[in-house]
Each structure stands twice: as C-alpha cells, then as structure tokens.
Design a protein around this ligand. Sequence first.
Ligand SMILES: Nc1ncnc2c1ncn2[C@@H]1O[C@H](COP(=O)(O)OP(=O)(O)OP(=O)(O)O)[C@@H](O)[C@H]1O
Ligand SMILES: [Mg+2]
Length: 256
Amino acid sequence: MRIQVENISKSIKGKPILRDVSLTIASGQSLALIGPNGSGKSTLLRVMAGLLSADRGRVTVDGDRVDKLSPRTLAQRLGFVTQEAGTTDAIPVIEAVKLGRTPWLSFAAPFRTNDQQIVDQAMRAMAISEYKNTLFNALSGGERQRVHIARVLAQTPQVFLLDEPTNHLDIRHQIAIIDWVKQQNATVVLALHDLNHAFACDRVAVMNGGALAAFGPPKDVLVPSVIEPVFKVGVQQNHSNYSDHPVLTFVKYKAA
Ligand SMILES: Nc1ncnc2c1ncn2[C@@H]1O[C@H](COP(=O)(O)OP(=O)(O)OP(=O)(O)O)[C@@H](O)[C@H]1O
Ligand SMILES: [Mg+2]
C-alpha cells in the first residue's frame, strides 16, 4: 500500500513538533526515519498511524485518510509498534500474539486453525516460540520487544509502522529485524537510531527539529554532508568486506 504524508504540521501546547512534513512511500517499499532525539520521529509515526490528529495536512494509505477509517479497517491495513510498547500484563506470550488477530475476528469469523497458523508463524519469525507459555511480564526487554513485533506480524497488515524496533535487541536479533524489513512485501516505516541499519531501506527520511531535512535513497542521504549538521557529529565513510554500502563511523563534532 502506498503511503502519502502531505504537509503535516502539529503543535503541542503551542510548541511546533512537526513542520510541514511531506513524503511518499511506494507500495512495498521501506522507509527509515532517522533524526536526533526529540526531532519528531515518534510523533510523525503516531500521526501516520491515525492515533494523533495533525493541525494541518493529511496522511493517506492507498488514497484513504487514516483519520477517517474505522479502527477495525485501519488495524487490518496498518500495524504499529510504539517506542515504549509496554504492558506489564501477566498474560502468556501466545495470548499476547493472538491479540494481533483481533481486527480479523468477529462473531461470524471466530479464531480458527488458519489464525493459529499465522500466530505460530509470527512467533517463529521473532524466535519466541519457546516462550509461548511464559508470562509476558516475566520476559526481558528484548524478548518483550520481539513479542510486540510478533503481535503486529500476526495482524498481517500491509503497512508496518515500527518505532525503534531494534531498540533493546541484541545484535543477532537486530540483524534479523533488518533482514525481515528487506524481505517484506508490505510497506514498512521504521524509526531507527543506527544509521548503518538505515542503508537496508529503500528510502531514508531525516527529521530535524520537526522538519524533513532530507529524503531520498540511502546512498544520497546517508552521507557526511547531510548527517553531520543534523546530528552534530563527524561522520566517516568506511569500506567493509561484509557490507555492500559504506559503513559509517562517528566522532565528536568539531565545528569549523
Ligand atoms: N504529548 C506531548 N506533550 C508535549 N510535548 C511533546 C509531546 N509529545 C512529544 N512532545 C515533544 O515533541 C518533540 C518530538 O518528540 P518525538 O517523541 O516525536 O521525538 P523522537 O524523534 O521520536 O525522539 P526520540 O529519538 O527520543 O525517540 C519532543 O521535543 C517532545 O518533547
Ligand atoms: Mg521516538
């Protein structure tokens, strides 16, 4: 599904948080949202998810405004994992993942074998099958994160909005998430702090002070001239035999 963000502006308590943000993501493409702390990434994702209304502009998914769709239709199309996706609920992992099927169930369409297969597959994809009977609140931070992602996988949306999905994850599971993004047929938008991970996406959007500072293919955006002034660090591009893109390393900013 194609996502269109058009001229989104949002102020909270008189403070501008998003300033006229516009971008388009083609169906099946992935977008990395990067930017310093407080630059507006999570707020933009919440507007894109239809959870926060903008003061101006609109967000559409395949032409339909997200703030006009019913919660059920929206949840069938779009899955969102928030940055602080927390619940301390004492429910077994499998029940937490099953919640992802909710938008597809009704009196006429109860939970069936097919739904169970989707849930099992989502748990396998996030390597949490062995915890299926463990209580959610007994898991580690990274394990909880994988349960949240498994829940939106079970939701089978065509658009995934993931706010720092690799946060809390060990390096193996970070790579697994980035790999999953590359293989997706769905449209994926993810906020990231590891700029090297952003190379895996089709497009990169750089947020700075609530505005879009740059938007384009990773090789055009993840370059020192764009990154240095926004993040206020020195950036060096390095060659790695393990990587098909330059690997960025960072040093403390030495402003001229
Ligand atoms: N409910 C709110 N009330 C007041 N200010 C808010 C609210 N939500 C967000 N903000 C402010 O909006 C700005 C952008 O916040 P946001 O969470 O979108 O940043 P972010 O880019 O996701 O940052 P991080 O990298 O730390 O996750 C911040 O300055 C934050 O303090
Ligand atoms: Mg955030």
